[in-house]
Design a binder for this molecule. Sequence first.
Ligand code: DX5
Ligand code: ZN
Length: 200
Amino acid sequence: MVKKYASLLSADASDYKKIIGDTEKKGFTGFHFDIMDGHFVKNFAFNATIIKSLRNLTKLPFQAHLEIENPGEYIDMFIDSGCQIITVHPQTCKLERELRYIRTKNALASVAIDPELGIDAVWGHKSLIDNVVVMSVYPGFGEQKFNEESLKKIKNLKKIIEENNLKITISVDGGINSKTENRVIESGADILIFGSYLFE
Ligand code: DX5
Ligand code: ZN
């Protein structure tokens, strides 16, 4: 069964409480927070204080998607704010160190692969990874067009995960809507992250 996470980036911040309740009733299985620092991406979004204030509104898992430089410095902060899944980008950090650290904190170690990167950017650390986020848009903004090339990446990833008998889940982030949803699932995704489509 495919899981659905809601990315609150495009949601109305004045209404988070109701939105979280409604999204949970729709059968979503978790919430995705895009943390943006104005450096790694040219945008700002969320922080640990906001996430903490939303934490008691639901029991569903929270994923911190760290679209920031030096995410290793902030892993504790986001785990303490109530996130169970921490996602980092390999270009921003010492990947092995961060993945190991996330696991020592009993959170799920997750790594994002941007459109211009191949699976090889993370695959060397496969034994330390719980979840891969295939980015089907460039990180930084909601409402972008789904990158069709990412379907191949999802299929290849699924294949090698199965061949190696690994327990890594595949999440897909960006441009998920009624037109792309089924193709992403057929390609092998385990978790779909819905942003603007859900809140438009
Ligand atoms: C982009 C973010 C996504 C974004 C997805 O930097 O990582 O999580 O919220 O939004 P949509 O679904 O609008 O592409
Ligand atoms: Zn995201």
